[in-house]
Design a protein around this ligand. Structure first.
Ligand SMILES: [Zn+2]
Ligand SMILES: [Zn+2]
Length: 578
């Protein structure tokens, strides 16, 4: 089906919304090409997939096509079910399904869950349903009939009671954020260190960066001080170290017993050079990657630890648990002198990626000791879209195929460590099948070679077709000779290889630039590209993430069930939209 046909469907069913003959055409199409259509619609209406699928399903229901709608529901019940179990935003959906599918083969099990979740919330939920539904649905006999089973529903028909209804934003009381103890050390407001936890004599401090989130946390009691991660920031193409010494001075810390590094991203190890004599522990993979990308870190004081091994120091036990972020990354499960159990997640992901398995929360919960403090990254804590990484990967591949088919060049700025290799693997099959040329450039070349050496992966990162050639000379030639180019820096920092490509590509036609990872909008060239995207440049923003998304963060908190959660490395979990 060509674009015009999709536009015709769209005009007919989503703009004019003449519902008289949606079913067959839409459903036929939906079954065959559902993915493409939904993506197209979500792009067009700037809404998310779930919403689109949801609207499609609603239109089916509106037409009384419950079987078809139910099929659609079944297809996603895993996602949705998971979601609404945990999220307010999906109570609405769940409630609708439960109302609509009451006569369908929904098991008792589901009803129990629904009831458990809705009993106390039914008024609010129904109110949301009401708001979310088109008038024609509200007026259907079906809905009215079903509403008889829910006495509370009638209250909602009375719009007068609306004011008393509260929003659904709920925060567990356990999720404390110790802002009471905040204080700041500032050098012209460039940075701060925040006391985020204090109990008995144990204190946890967290570095508060001004821009990009460089990570550093300090745990200490009267006898012992350890540092978790020691990153640096990249600002306008310059690396800026954390002023570790002056922070330690201000906190009156004369001696650091040791430091731990969670993974080989600059924002977690970049300031290690400030810790001249301190002993540092990291996994061997992390060490090898750091060595590959920088000469700034001296390895005299670094000791390698194995995944799942323990480190013991003065009654402090630390286990290094693989956390699914990038090759070699680990979280720290810290038992502090049998008094407190503290988990520092580092950057983490529950989803499997091509080069690394997702964090298995059982690795944490199988040790039955209660977790007192969860120090959790929240890079994507404010991203409320609900698609899984797997879905995003599918979107990414299908988009690339589409662009390539119509003769576009695809440029993907990627972090040299992790994202480049993941992306290359995802594209391997497409590239092979289509006979396309793909190239990796910049710092990523070295790292990719190292990844190949380390990984025992069935999936070949380079697939034999990737050209890599270093240097920034002859960029035009490289663009001419390749269909897909991946280059660092991922943020397109000024002066980086990626930025140089973008400068040239902006002068061309038939180019698609894909954002596949975190980019700080205040830096690099993202804004320049975005300003041009409606003219001649295609720009796609696909969330391929090595970080836990909103759902995974909540799942992590619920599963670990700690007394205190401290959000770091992001804005925290933000429920800003229902
Ligand atoms: Zn990272
Ligand atoms: Zn990070």
């Amino acid at each position: 089906m060509v674009v015009e046909d999709i536009e015709e469907i769209e005009r007919k069913y989503f703009v004019d919304y003449d519902i008289s003959d949606i079913p067959d055409m839409l459903c036929t199409y939906y079954e065959n090409k559902e993915f493409e259509l939904v993506y197209y619609l979500s792009e067009r209406y700037r809404t998310d997939f779930f919403q689109c699928e949801f609207y499609l399903m609603m239109s089916m229901m509106e037409l009384g096509l419950y079987k078809r709608a139910y099929k659609c529901y079944k297809k996603h019940e895993g996602d949705w079910f998971q979601s609404f179990k945990q999220f307010n935003i999906y109570w609405k959906h769940a409630a609708i399904y439960s109302l609509y599918f009451k006569d369908m083969e929904i098991s008792d099990y589901y009803w129990d869950i629904f009831n458990e979740y809705f009993e106390s919330k039914i008024v609010q939920v129904v109110e949301l349903i009401y708001d979310g539904m088109s008038e024609s649905i509200q007026n259907t006999e079906l809905f009215k009939n079903l509403s008889k089973d829910y006495p509370l529903l009638n209250k909602v028909w009375d719009r007068g009671s609306q004011k008393e209804l509260q929003g659904l934003s709920v925060k567990s009381e356990k999720w404390q954020y110790y802002t009471d103890y905040n204080f700041q050390i500032s050098d012209g407001d460039e940075y701060g260190i925040e006391l985020v936890y204090m109990e008995n004599d144990l204190e946890i401090y967290s570095y508060k960066p001004k821009n990009v989130a460089a990570s550093m946390h300090i745990l200490r009691d009267k006898d012992c001080t350890i540092i978790l991660d020691c990153g640096s920031e990249m600002s306008q193409g310059r690396v800026m170290n954390i002023p570790v010494r002056s922070i330690l001075n201000r906190l009156n810390i004369q001696h650091v017993d040791f430091a731990l590094v969670s993974h080989a991203h600059l924002d977690h190890y970049g300031s290690l050079s400030e810790l001249k004599k301190t002993k540092v522990f990291m996994t061997e993979e992390t060490g090898r990657i750091i060595k590959c990308v920088t000469n700034d870190v001296r390895f005299n004081n670094i000791q390698f630890v194995e995944a799942y091994s323990y480190l013991e120091f003065d009654d402090i036990w630390i286990q290094f648990i693989p956390n699914g972020h990038i090759l070699g990354s680990v979280l720290f499960d810290i038992n502090w002198k049998d008094k407190k159990r503290i988990i520092y997640t580092g950057d983490f992901s529950l989803s499997d990626q091509c080069t690394v398995r997702g964090l298995d929360l059982k690795d944490i919960t199988k040790n039955k000791t209660k977790v007192d403090v969860l120090l959790m990254e929240t890079t994507y804590g404010d991203k409320t879209d609900m698609l899984t990484l797997e879905s995003y990967e599918k979107i990414f591949i299908s988009l690339c195929e589409k662009y390539l088919k119509y003769g576009n060049k695809i440029f993907i700025p990627c972090f040299a460590v992790g994202r480049t290799q993941e992306t290359a693997i995802l594209l391997a099959e497409t590239v092979r099948k289509g006979g396309y040329n793909i190239m990796i450039d910049g710092l990523s070349i070295k790292v990719t070679k190292l990844y190949k050496k380390i990984i025992d992966s069935k999936r070949d990162i380079l697939n034999g077709r990737v050209n890599s050639c270093n240097g920034i000379r002859d960029i035009d030639g490289k663009i001419d000779n390749n269909d897909v180019i991946l280059a660092s820096s991922g943020m397109m920092q000024p002066g980086s290889t990626a930025a140089k490509y973008v400068e040239r590509l902006l002068e061309r036609e038939n180019v698609c630039i894909m954002k596949v990872g975190y980019i700080n909008e205040s830096q690099g060239m993202l804004n320049v590209i975005k300003n041009r995207q409606y003219d001649e440049i295609h720009f796609e923003d696909i969330s391929l993430s090595a970080h836990a998304g909103y759902l995974e963060l909540i799942e992590t908190v619920e599963t670990i069930n700690p007394d205190t959660v401290i959000y770091v490395h992001g804005r925290g979990i933000v429920m800003d939209e229902i």
